[in-house]
Design a protein around this ligand. Structure first.
Ligand SMILES: [Ca+2]
Ligand SMILES: [Ca+2]
Ligand SMILES: [Ca+2]
Length: 191
């Protein structure tokens, strides 16, 4: 059987997440230092003070995510995850997902954490304002965010609760279909 390969479209989506959400200092590799920067950014958005419970929880979550990422992706164990290592790990995750295996726990931790980060009001729903606030802080334009939200919420007809978010999240990473709503979850158009 031929080795499983991601499509170019899937690779683009998966590298977008590497570049925009994980490699915070933009030096081309993911390290713990990137998580420290992300922690500052996210705690800044929410005004979570250093030492507060929210801040401690966010840091603990990032530690779990980094441990998971290292374990699954850092093949040569140099405490850096390169784009190549990242794509290799995702090839395995997508292949497993297509065979019905759920995403690894640390990725679900990240997904749930992002949901909580975006849901600033804490009502377990993400609205367009909350979405735009967070994604513009990651460099997306306001109009891109609004267009993306419009698309993945089906023009506002789908409420973005945790389970809808999970469906879109998985679709983003796994789907080869350029028309899938999940493709828009990270505020970017890829075609
Ligand atoms: Ca980096
Ligand atoms: Ca490495
Ligand atoms: Ca909300």
């Amino acid at each position: 059987m031929a080795e499983y390969q991601l499509s170019e479209f899937q690779k683009k989506k998966i590298l977008h997440v590497f570049n925009v959400f994980y490699d915070s200092n933009l030096d081309g590799v993911i390290e713990w230092a990137d998580f420290e920067l992300a922690l500052q950014k996210i705690c800044g958005i929410h005004k979570w003070e250093v030492g507060s419970e929210k801040h401690r929880n966010a840091k603990a979550t990032f530690e779990v995510i980094w441990e998971g990422l290292r374990k699954f992706a850092d093949e040569n164990q140099d405490d850096k995850v390169t784009q190549e290592e990242w794509l290799k790990m995702w090839t395995e995750c997508v292949r497993a997902a297509e065979n019905g295996t759920d995403l690894p726990d640390w990725q679900k931790r990240y997904m749930n954490f992002m949901f909580d980060v975006i849901d600033t009001s804490g009502d377990d729903l993400i609205d367009v304002k909350e979405y735009t606030t967070v994604f513009t802080s990651y460099g997306a334009s306001k109009s891109n965010c609004e267009a993306a939200f419009e698309k993945f919420s089906d023009g506002g007809r789908t409420q973005i609760n945790r389970s809808a978010f999970e469906t879109l999240w998985k679709e983003y990473f796994v789907s080869k279909d350029v028309n899938a709503n999940g493709n828009y979850l990270f505020s970017q158009r890829f075609f």
